[in-house]
Ligand binder design. Structure first.
Ligand SMILES: Cc1cc2nc3c(=O)[nH]c(=O)nc-3n(C[C@H](O)[C@H](O)[C@H](O)COP(=O)(O)OP(=O)(O)OC[C@H]3O[C@@H](n4cnc5c(N)ncnc54)[C@H](O)[C@@H]3O)c2cc1C
Length: 386
């Protein structure tokens, strides 16, 4: 057992950290407040390899291992939750399915551009107005008309939908399949400029201002038959595999946000005085800080462990769900206490901890709510004792 990062992972972490400390963190409040993506930084992420962390080198990606990918997303979370979500959705949801299931032509057509930083981001559209946790409720329909898929339906809450080149869309392709639900779905790559694809203005969200989330409607959207991703009827299976990796990313963002909030709280606790001493001298606050440091450490280890399992080619569904569940709920506690330590100033937009609290709140909802993670974990542990 070895808990050390490799020399390469340490160098990667430092390079990413330095970039984010310069290009993302100082600008985070401004972009969040303006509800704009930090495009100047995102453009520079291509050459650094951050946009291609789930793409092999032969297709223009950085080809890094899963631990390095988690480190990059954690550092992004430390810099800005919204930017972290954009990049996690781009790499984990928009690019990873093409890396995992795409044909050679699809990989060559989409991945090098996605990794470069010269084009827009990528998106994955699973959720619908009537189907989130229960994806068997998906209604968006794709029908073959000679050599084209014709797509009709709507999706909701899609990260990057208005800021991407293509949207991988989960559809019902064969409603009559004898094996029903799970074999009736497929994934189809829909270029964003396809006629009939309408992306609504960004949702007004509680936090993550520098990330856009949009509803989409598909009105007789036609794409070539070859845009089917992977095998027909494997859409739900592909979705679950994609979400396994996505959960490591959401857990990593949570660790990053919590780390940033703890650093703010430590700094403030040493400066602010009450009753003649810095508030860091009060035991009640020391316990909050100690709990935060402990829980962040535990969450980080859980996320790195799930990533390590992924790197070893071992199953990691349970460990990824555990990491995401613990890290996202931990981030909420840590950011909540960071506000508490700041007193009234914590409630002010002049200090970053209230933004971190709002950003962290999504992590227990997106890519499977905490309740869904508990369902996944419970199923696995119940199966294990048969
Ligand atoms: C900012 C943001 C970004 C997002 N980005 C994307 C994206 O890029 N792509 C995408 O496809 N989706 C995206 N989503 C959607 C997100 O994944 C869903 O919101 C999430 O999966 C929950 O689905 P829902 O909102 O429909 O909640 P519901 O499924 O309606 O759940 C409502 C409540 O019921 C609980 N619940 C549901 N079923 C059960 C059960 N069986 N047992 C116990 N409790 C249950 C849930 O945990 C939750 O508390 C995003 C959402 C947000 C807010």
């Amino acid at each position: 057992m070895n808990f050390e990062l490799t020399e390469e992972q340490r160098m990667w972490k430092k390079a990413v950290h330095d970039f984010i400390a310069r290009e993302v963190k100082p600008q985070a409040a401004e972009f969040a407040e303006a509800e704009e993506l930090n495009w100047p930084a995102i453009r520079k992420m291509g050459p650094l390899g951050l946009l291609g962390i789930t793409i092999p080198e032969e297709y223009g990606g950085s080809g890094v291992d899963a631990i390095s990918a988690a480190i990059a997303i954690e550092e992004l979370g430390w810099g800005d939750g919204g930017t972290a979500l954009n990049i996690a959705a781009h790499t984990g949801l928009g690019c990873a399915p093409i890396t995992m299931f795409g044909s050679e032509e699809q990989k060559k057509a989409y991945l090098p551009r996605a990794a470069s930083g010269e084009s827009k981001l990528a998106a994955l559209a699973l959720t619908e107005p009537g189907a989130g946790s229960d994806l068997q409720g998906v209604k968006t329909r794709a029908e073959l008309d000679e050599d084209e898929w014709v797509i009709n339906g709507s999706k909701a809450w899609i990260t990057n939908a208005g800021d991407c080149n293509y949207i991988i869309t989960l559809v019902i392709s064969d409603p009559e399949h004898p094996q029903g639900g799970s074999r009736s779905m497929s994934m189809i790559i829909v270029p964003s400029d396809t006629p009939g694809l309408h992306v609504a203005p960004p949702e007004k969200k509680m936090g993550l201002g520098s990330s856009h989330t949009n509803a989409i409607t598909y009105e007789n959207v036609r794409v070539p038959r070859q845009n089917l991703l992977g095998e027909e009827g494997r859409g739900l299976h592909q979705t679950l595999k994609t979400l396994d990796g996505g959960r490591i990313s959401i857990g990593a963002i949570s660790v990053g946000i919590a780390q940033a909030a703890l650093e703010e709280a430590l700094r403030y606790a040493k400066e602010r005085k009450t009753f003649g001493v810095p508030i860091a001298h009060h035991q009640a606050l020391q316990w909050m800080l100690a709990d935060a440091a402990t829980e962040i450490h535990a969450a980080r280890m859980m996320i790195y462990y799930a990533a390590w399992l992924k790197d070893q080619g071992k199953p990691y569904t349970k460990e990824g769900a555990m990491g995401k569940l613990f890290a996202s709920e931990m981030a909420e506690r840590v950011t909540r206490n960071a506000i508490q330590i700041h007193g009234a100033y914590g409630y002010s937009r002049e200090y970053p901890v209230e933004r971190m609290y709002r950003d962290a709140r999504l992590m227990a909802i997106g890519e499977g709510t905490s309740e869904v993670q508990r369902m996944v974990i419970a199923r696995k542990i119940l199966d294990e004792i048969q």
